[in-house]
Design a protein around this ligand. Structure first.
Ligand code: 2HA
Ligand code: ZN
Length: 272
């Protein structure tokens, strides 16, 4: 059996959480990541018959029975993951009943997965139906994106349009746009259901006055989606109060999307 700490998926979780912490997005225990793994890949590092303990999830994830995830722990700090992955991360498998997680590794201090597991697993279920290559759900509190939710209307179309207008690459990176939820209580099934519903249309979901969710086929793609929104939000926050002499017009957004041959949310542009 190989050393789990050398596994690429553990290393990726360590590097990504450290990176996000240093960007200032994940203060204290803010943020959480879940990453669906291949069973054969995990079997190189862990005895899959050895369940350390079982933890109820509090909701039904029948579609994910038998699937294995590496997930950040509840109450754990991103800044600490790289120094003690076995306490701050866990590897869980969704048990045959669909409502229990079998712990295969981690949460060494008796801990458990993030309180946002409902939003994560429900989003995984939704995105897997859209894209069989989907693997990662990431939640974080990027500063400018959050700031923008204080001063901008929380509407999918309006929010996406403003972000798209900030820099040329945005419509290329997320032609499917951004879903936006109003402020809601976090950590429960209700926000999980609302997030997963938005994930039917979008790989990015902003939680008003809280943060953002991203979904993608690997860590880089998912991080890159969020990073690009955050960059645009930084631009918005630096110019929103200034006179605007130039902007990317809707015909120009269309021209970029067409040049890259992208399916984009045409209804999010004001073209007639
Ligand atoms: O895990 O970010 O939304 C802490 C959070 C909750
Ligand atoms: Zn959060």
């Amino acid at each position: 059996m190989k050393d789990i700490l050398t596994a690429p998926f553990v290393q990726e979780m360590m590097k990504t959480t450290a990176n996000m912490y240093r960007l200032g997005w994940d203060e204290r225990n803010g943020g959480n990541i879940s990453y669906m793994l291949e069973t054969e890949e995990v079997a190189e590092y862990l005895d899959l018959d050895n369940v350390i303990r079982t933890i109820p999830t509090g909701f039904d994830a029948t579609d994910l029975i038998g699937k294995i995830f590496i997930v950040t722990g509840t109450g754990k700090y991103f800044k600490n993951v790289e120094f003690d992955p076995e306490t701050n991360l866990g590897i869980i498998r969704i048990a045959k009943d669909g409502t229990t997680a079998e712990l295969l590794w981690g949460y060494k201090d008796g801990g458990r997965f993030t309180s946002e597991l409902p939003a994560h697993l429900m989003s995984h279920m939704t995105r897997l139906k859209k894209d069989p290559n989907h693997r990662v759900v990431m939640h974080t509190h990027p500063t400018a994106t959050l700031a923008m939710t204080h001063i901008h209307e929380l509407d999918d179309k309006k929010f996406t349009h403003t972000i798209w207008e900030m820099c040329t690459e945005c419509i290329v990176v997320f032609p499917d746009g951004i879903g936006v939820l109003p402020w809601m209580v976090c950590g429960n099934n209700e926000i999980g259901i609302a997030t997963a519903k938005k994930m039917e249309e979008y790989r990015l979901v902003v939680w008003g006055l809280h943060g953002i969710y991203g979904a993608g086929k690997d860590m880089d793609e998912t991080f890159g989606l969020i990073e690009t929104v955050e960059k645009a939000a930084q631009l918005y926050m630096s110019i929103a109060h200034l006179p605007h002499l130039n902007t990317i017009r809707d015909e120009e957004l269309k021209a970029v999307a067409d040049a890259f041959g992208l399916e984009y949310r045409k209804d999010f542009l004001k073209l007639n």
